[in-house]
Ligand binder design. Structure first.
Ligand SMILES: NC(=O)c1ccc[n+]([C@@H]2O[C@H](COP(=O)([O-])OP(=O)(O)OC[C@H]3O[C@@H](n4cnc5c(N)ncnc54)[C@H](OP(=O)(O)O)[C@@H]3O)[C@@H](O)[C@H]2O)c1
Length: 212
């Protein structure tokens, strides 16, 4: 399958692209700045340039992708309005474009404790934005998987995770392992329709994803 990686230039997105390059799937990197294309072209990875704040139908069509991995985010350095226009509405635009194109497989990088009703956390506006996008995806016709990691780190991946963590634990997980989980979901039918809480742990990724 050709797989559109949204947020491909990000810390997790680049890891996802690297894993997809190893096969059997073929990544298409969606970036928002033409200057970011060269990095992927050097690796012989196809690119499309598009911004999540604009309609995405053309970018999806140009990518000729059959599946989409959403790994974008506005980050902590922009204001709350970008959390809405990128993390919430950008993800929803991707869902709409997939539906309009008649495509089905959508894997969302969300966050532990994402909740449309989140209150009382310093990042509640972000958790609400992610939670609302996740709800759109659950209500859509798409074959979705929602990956909900704790805090992302730059530590080296272990290939082992915990998919039944205490949501209140405040734990973390290397971006390497989040990327590996996102990619592994593509080939694990049992992940379709699931929301998967995710922290660093001791269970091999394939085993953790195989059952509920
Ligand atoms: N940080 C955490 O602890 C944590 C925990 C749980 C979940 N998450 C989720 O995981 C995601 C990935 O994390 P990360 O650290 O890998 O993110 P990152 O390095 O900040 O990458 C985010 C990517 O999204 C792209 N992007 C932002 N706005 C865009 C737009 N309008 N159109 C197209 N692309 C756009 C960025 O493009 P540029 O490269 O051009 O800037 C960047 O490549 C986060 O965004 C967050 O939702 C994070």
């Amino acid at each position: 399958m050709r797989v559109l990686v949204v947020g491909a230039n990000g810390h997790t997105g680049r890891r996802i692209v690297d894993l997809l390059r190893q096969g059997p799937h073929e990544p298409v990197a969606m970036v928002r700045d033409p200057a970011q294309v060269e990095h992927f072209t050097r690796m012989e990875v196809a690119t499309v340039v598009a911004d999540l704040e604009d309609p995405l139908d053309r970018a999806l069509e140009a990518s000729a992708a059959e599946a989409l991995l959403f790994a974008a985010g506005s980050g902590s350095k922009t204001g709350p309005e970008k959390t809405l226009s990128v993390d919430r509405d950008g993800a929803i635009r991707c869902i709409a474009a997939m539906e309009a194109a008649g495509l089905r497989r959508y894997i969302m990088l969300s966050a532990l404790r994402a909740d449309p009703e989140s209150q009382g956390s310093p990042i509640s506006h972000y958790l609400r934005a992610k939670g609302i996008a996740d709800e759109h995806l659950r209500r859509s016709e798409l074959d979705h998987t929602i990956v909900r990691p704790g805090r992302l780190t730059f530590e080296e991946g272990t290939g082992r995770v915990d998919v039944t963590p205490d949501p209140a634990s405040g734990g973390s997980i290397p971006r390497d392992d989040v990327a590996a989980v996102m990619v592994a979901c593509l080939d694990e039918e049992a992940t379709v329709g699931r929301s998967i809480d995710l922290l660093a742990g001791t269970t091999p990724i394939a085993e953790a994803l195989a059952g509920p």
